[in-house]
Design a protein around this ligand. Structure first.
Ligand code: GLC
Length: 412
């Protein structure tokens, strides 16, 4: 099973049309120029951190200039101390009904949220820089100071117990908003319940300062996916800096990778679990985030193979006809066709495959990797570029013309 070149060409053309249709550029009210791809109208009209990184990764195939502009715009939304926001409201404020649910300091008028999202930017920057070698060789080094500041900020502000694992203070900071892995940790304040408003309001009152939040409250998580991407990005940053094997950022990446291995790996199941709250309770729910460490080449091969053989290729767990489900099929919380709000409670998203499929190939599970890509390609051909898909039927769900669904073409 593989996607032939004619189908691949058509999928690439379709992906480019989505990105072009969602492109936005202009000036913020203070004159700052912006250019980014909005995830999908009408639901997602703003700039989102990890979406922009995914968009830039795909844009580099069609128009590396736009890829560079999208990443530059994201950094421009950041603060001088290195913080980069989750959502940026460049061309329009959040709608009044949604505004209180965004992690902003005030209800109206902020340029951006004070929350973060899975910190992918250095990895995206490196990929775009590689594609810009001829056109714009300076891109690789033009933002090294800002990128360093950003990862230094995460290290300083988001790892209050200094164990190498960074913390999220709201479920959507990972990008996996309503994943059942947050049900227990955030309780009635989880993302898909009205109590989420109170979580954000409580953060507002302490200025979204993570060390204070961690000291006072129990609703926060050391998240596996976030830390996998953090480690991958620290390594990318280190390469951009030309640091060498004994560099500072590689050392930080290694620390995070070891912490994942020693503190999050559950020997019994072979899965990696988030650590929730002040007493760092392992969150024993099998979601695709538990498999994310597969993307870390530095982990022992046996640990990575177990993730593939005992989980990804297990028919009661992640082996489904369409993509990789966001939650294991055997979990009581698995809801394949759940389509209220955005959902990480079962459906397959393409960024999941984007992270895991290359690692499957690298470990020699070629056929199985092709199967995942083939299934997703079929779903896209049938229902278009949707936010997510029912893993059992391939039915498209959520937003239409969704930007980062186009990550599929990275796997063709
Ligand atoms: C939803 C998704 C999140 C994404 C955002 C914008 O909230 O859960 O991952 O970044 O939409 O597309």
């Amino acid at each position: 099973m593989s996607v032939d070149s004619g189908r691949a060409r058509a999928l690439r053309a379709g992906a480019e049309r989505v990105l072009r249709a969602n492109w936005r550029q202009g000036r913020y009210r203070d004159g700052t120029p912006y250019a980014f791809t909005c995830p999908a109208t009408p639901r997602y009209r703003h700039q989102w951190y990890w979406d922009s990184c995914f968009h830039a990764i795909v844009w580099r195939r069609f128009d590396p200039g736009r890829a560079r502009e999208e990443l530059r715009t994201l950094l421009r939304a950041g603060r001088l101390d290195g913080f980069i926001p989750h959502t940026v409201f460049w061309d329009r404020p959040a709608l009044w009904r949604r505004a209180p649910f965004y992690g902003t300091h005030t209800f109206l008028g902020d340029l951006a949220t004070a929350t973060i999202q899975t910190p992918l930017v250095a990895l995206a920057w490196e990929l775009v820089a590689d594609a810009s070698r001829e056109e714009d060789p300076g891109f690789a080094t033009e933002a090294l100071d800002e990128l360093r500041l950003h990862y230094d900020w995460l290290h300083r502000e988001r790892d209050p117990d200094d164990d190498g694992l960074i913390t999220i203070i709201a479920p959507d900071e990972s990008g996996l908003d309503d994943s059942p892995k947050y049900d227990e940790a955030f309780g009635w304040m989880r993302h898909d319940l009205p109590g989420y408003f109170w979580l954000i309001e409580r953060h507002r009152r302490v200025g979204f300062r993570c060390p204070e939040i961690v000291a006072r409250y129990d609703e926060h998580v050391e998240d596996v996916l976030v830390n996998v991407v953090y480690a991958l990005s620290l390594r990318a940053l280190s390469r951009l800096l030309g640091e060498g094997e004994d560099g500072e950022y590689v050392a930080r990446a290694i620390r995070t990778e070891r912490a994942l291995l020693h503190r999050c790996l559950d020997e019994r199941t072979g899965l990696f679990f988030d650590l929730a709250g002040r007493d760092e309770r392992p969150v024993r729910v099998s979601t695709w985030s538990s498999l994310a460490p597969l993307a870390l080449p530095s982990l022992p091969e046996g640990v990575r193979r177990r993730l593939v053989e005992e989980h990804l290729l297990h028919p009661r767990r992640y082996l489904v006809p369409y993509g990789i489900p966001s939650v294991a099929v055997e979990e009581p919380s698995f809801k394949p066709g759940w389509d209220r709000f955005r959902t990480w409670r079962g459906p397959s998203w393409t960024n999941t495959a984007w992270l895991l499929v290359p690692a499957m190939r690298e470990l020699g599970y070629e056929k199985e990797a092709e199967r995942v890509v083939y299934g997703l390609a079929g779903a896209v051909e049938r229902s278009g570029w949707r936010e997510y898909y029912d893993p059992l039927t391939g039915r498209g769900l959520g937003a239409h013309g969704f930007g980062f669904a186009t990550l599929l073409i990275e796997l063709l």
